[in-house]
Design a protein around this ligand. Structure first.
Ligand code: NAD
Length: 418
């Protein structure tokens, strides 16, 4: 949890309890579904370039394995702790089940500010963390992917470390890899493409034209920048974006391609981009826009600011950006929220495609990947929307009911060992 009140773990537990109540599951099943199967803490000693020894804390949580191997991202962020990783792992479990892909949920992290490390330090830290986890990860066990503060190169180092330890190249141990070592076409933009597809499905239901839709995106990283780009390309008017240093606003519209180029060329931040007004992250979240896409960190919309959020549609690119308390305020106000486990499910969908391609050693074209992504996203959205209407619940509750029911069903079918 970064901002406001209500931790990510509390929010995840409230959401699970809500689904459990709707499904009428008993206390034993509720406990089984809430409790992580494995929570691992590792120390990651890092020799800095200047000879100083730093001992960092790393985590990997495998929340549930009932439907398949564990799957989930790896985060490098200073506020990362075991509770946050547990929440993110739980959301992965429901997300994989909702998307209909045969994985359980996991997440990992190291409490570190990666921007303060050199590339060599990041490589040593990543390889040491991966080495600690070698017995627990693998294509059939647990498959990490990029998240906040990690990227394709991080995945390449993990894949190489794991492969070196096991004595053979194991491309399927991670997803979100570079194409040269078994990555998938379309993976880099998959989460954002899924956000755009989910946003457009919601706009259709609200009877709103993309051309009449103004959008603000918080977070200009892997998910936020391309979500801004795809929404702009599909006709929406992007009026504000932000990163950790602040935001920019122009009511006439921003050009995401130019902003992405500016940041990639070492601009470091969107703040100060010519022709824009500078705003804070808090101001961005409260802009009078038609659609808000939080794509940074959890807890940014909380009880402290929920009643000032004006956007009638929130599409959650980030995991857990709205706390459980804020969710009650917003849904009470009639705000439509496309929840994280649906809206950003495109990332894990294409990670699944990447894993399938690695196992088969047979690779698909970008068009094939994007077509199958669209199919999965649209099916998941349809199922959630239909259940929300049938039960008169929010999209978040409906999404959780579907995900949790599928995992509970897998537990019942497998039975309990011993
Ligand atoms: P990233 O590290 O690439 O980008 C994060 C962005 O958020 C950066 O622009 C950073 O400056 C900004 N940011 C960080 N702290 C901030 C703060 N306090 N206020 C405002 N902005 C801040 O990370 P990402 O991979 O784009 O992930 C973003 C979110 O999307 C996370 O919640 C992540 O779990 C979720 N997600 C990512 C993927 C994926 O494929 N990468 C998939 C599903 C969900």
């Amino acid at each position: 949890m970064i901002l406001g009140t209500g931790s990510a773990w509390d929010t995840a537990c409230v959401q699970l309890a809500d689904a459990v109540r709707h499904l009428g599951l008993d206390d034993g099943m509720h406990d089984l579904l809430r409790t992580p199967r494995r929570s691992i803490s590792v120390s990651v000693p890092l020799l800095r370039d200047d000879g100083q020894l730093l001992v960092l804390s790393g985590y990997r949580v495998q929340h549930n394995l009932a439907r398949g191997p564990a799957k989930g991202g790896l985060r490098y962020h200073p506020s990362c702790d075991l509770d946050e990783v547990k929440a993110l792992a739980m959301w992965m479990t429901w997300k994989c089940a909702l998307m209909g892909i045969p994985y359980g949920g996991a997440k990992g992290g190291i409490a570190v500010e990666p921007g303060l490390l050199s590339r060599q330090e990041r490589e040593r830290m990543t390889r040491r963390y991966a080495a600690e986890l070698v017995p627990l990860i693998g294509p059939d066990k647990d498959i990490p992917a990029p998240d906040v503060g990690t990227d394709e190169q991080t995945m390449a180092w993990i894949m190489d470390t794991y492969s070196t330890h096991t004595g053979h190249t194991a491309a399927g141990v991670v997803t979100g890899k570079p194409l040269s070592i078994g990555g998938s076409a379309g993976r880099a933009g998959a989460t954002s493409r899924g956000v755009q597809l989910a946003a457009f499905a919601a706009l259709r239901e609200l009877d709103k034209e993309p051309r009449e839709t103004t959008v603000a995106v918080q977070g200009f990283g892997k998910v936020g920048a391309l979500a801004a780009q795809y929404l702009h390309d599909a006709g929406c008017r992007l009026v504000a974006v932000s990163d950790v240093k602040g935001g920019v606003h122009n009511s006439a519209g921003l050009n995401p391609t130019a902003l992405i180029r500016h940041v990639a060329r070492g601009g470091d931040t969107v703040v100060g981009y010519p022709g824009t007004d500078t705003i804070t992250n808090a101001e961005l979240l409260e802009l009078d826009v038609d659609m808000l896409v939080p794509a940074a960190l959890e807890g940014v919309i909380n009880i402290g600011n929920a009643d000032r959020v004006k956007a009638p549609l929130i599409v959650e690119g980030a995991n857990g950006p709205v706390t459980a308390e804020a969710d009650r305020v917003l849904t009470g106000n009639g705000t439509v929220i496309v929840p994280d486990i649906l809206a950003n499910g495109g990332g894990v969908a294409v990670s699944y495609f990447e894993w399938v391609q690695d196992i088969q050693a047979y690779f698909w074209s970008e068009d094939q990947v994007n077509d199958r992504l669209r199919e999965l996203m649209q099916r998941a959205y349809r199922e959630v929307s239909a259940l929300a209407r049938e039960r008169r619940v929010s999209l978040r509750t409906a999404a959780h009911i579907i995900g949790v029911a599928r995992v509970a069903e897998a537990h019942r079918t497998r039975g309990l060992y011993p």
